[in-house]
Design a protein around this ligand. Structure first.
Ligand code: 13P
Length: 393
């Protein structure tokens, strides 16, 4: 199963001096294109889903496809929530299958940014999930003309970065050193000395947002100064758009499939160019040998009910699905009845955890304690439970 721990992935990149592409995807075409390119290059890759794009696709509907694609890949993959706006976004992203989350409170004053980020880190780390925070402000919007969003760049300072990392516990830091999200006129001017100082002070994987529009030379300079994750979207969207425009110019091509013909290849070509430039090509096998595989856990409880009729059990199940399903790190709560009369156990809970860390954080979570002690255990003295770590490759 080539979904791997994102911390292991980016630590490897940091130690070996290359960067992994975090390509934002907005459709199944993007998903397939990104993975086609990563497979062709034998490169680790991050499938990134930006909350600002959720108006273009149904996140909950797309995520099962993202996860299925990641699990059948033969190169190491991480799934990342990009620019999550709140603690709830992070909880939901993890529930849907992200094994890395970004909390973006970079537009807030430092104290507020630290407080919001720390809350996400506490929750996510208890689920085994890595966290990216952002300090300083990278203006612009992915996929749009940067000049239409003329926010001021706020550069990350070394002192604030040191404090932010120490007080939040983030695993990766997105820095602002002159890049801008979206389509730019000209090439941005980067503050590479500032980046080198931040790298020297922190020694942790650094992230660059707004990858589109940087020169080859600039990418190399960023990677030489600790950048190990590069967020990239607008150029992919533009490659797809150019292909569709060419198709549309051909009068014979009228239907949807004719118009999107070649879009995947156009996106994949740009992804491949980036992967080769950023040094992540041919890193897949060494990383797979070192990185911890990302393995979900199935928490299984079989039980017989005492003092509850079938309607009472159904009410218990419904409450459990709602209450337990909201605990961070829980992916789903499924309930069932034995098909055969006389089975040793009549009822079952099948609860999916994102990661083995959730076994402990779930057990201690106040909502679980209240439900287990107050509702479930009193009516289910005859029960057995086991946590199964998934073993499929
Ligand atoms: P670009 O769209 O400028 O490549 O930036 C992407 C990004 O930073 C996503 O978080």
């Amino acid at each position: 199963m080539p979904l791997v721990d994102m911390n292991d992935m980016l630590r490897h990149a940091y130690e070996e001096g290359y960067a992994v592409g975090a390509f934002d995807l907005v459709s199944v075409d993007f998903l397939q294109a990104i993975l086609d390119a990563a497979e062709r290059c034998r490169a680790p890759v991050i499938l990134s889903l930006a909350e600002s794009h959720f108006e273009y696709f149904d996140f909950d509907l797309l995520m099962p496809a993202v996860e299925a694609a990641a699990r059948r890949a033969t190169v190491p993959v991480a799934i990342h929530l990009d620019h999550g706006g709140s603690l709830d976004s992070a909880v939901h992203g993890i529930r849907m299958g992200c094994n890395g989350v970004m909390v973006d409170a970079s537009h807030e004053p430092l104290e507020e940014n630290i407080a919001r980020t720390r809350a996400v880190v506490e929750m996510a780390h208890a689920c085994g999930v890595a966290v990216e925070g952002e300090l300083g402000y990278v203006p612009g919007v992915e996929g749009e003309d940067a000049e239409r969003h003329p926010g001021q760049i706020a550069y990350t300072t070394v002192e604030e970065a040191r404090r932010y990392v120490q007080e939040t516990g983030v695993d990766f830091l997105a820095v602002s050193v002159g890049t801008v999200h979206g389509r730019m006129k000209g090439v941005p001017r980067l503050d590479l000395d500032r980046l080198a100082e931040i790298d020297e002070a922190l020694h942790l994987p650094l992230v660059i947002h707004g990858g589109t529009g940087l020169s080859d030379e600039q990418f190399r300079a960023l990677i030489a100064r600790g950048v190990t994750k590069i967020n990239y979207y607008t150029a992919l969207a533009d490659a797809a758009g150019a292909r569709i425009r060419d198709n549309a110019a051909d009068q014979g091509r009228r239907g949807y499939t004719a118009l999107v013909d070649g879009v995947r290849e156009a996106i994949a070509a740009e992804v491949e160019r980036c992967i080769r430039l950023w040094g992540s090509a041919d890193r897949a096998d060494e990383l797979l040998a070192r990185a911890r595989p990302w393995r979900p856990v199935h928490h299984v409880i079989l039980f017989n009910a005492e003092g509850l009729d079938e309607a009472g059990v159904e009410a218990l199940f419904a409450e459990g699905r709602r209450v337990l399903g909201a605990i961070p790190g829980v992916r789903h709560v499924r309930t069932g009845r034995a098909l055969r009369e006389g089975a040793r156990y009549r009822y079952a809970w099948l609860i999916g955890f994102a990661h083995p860390a959730v076994v402990d954080s779930y057990r201690e979570h106040p909502a679980h304690v209240a439900f287990a002690d107050g509702r479930f255990r009193p009516v289910a003295p005859d029960r057995v439970s086991v946590d199964f770590g998934e073993t499929t490759d």
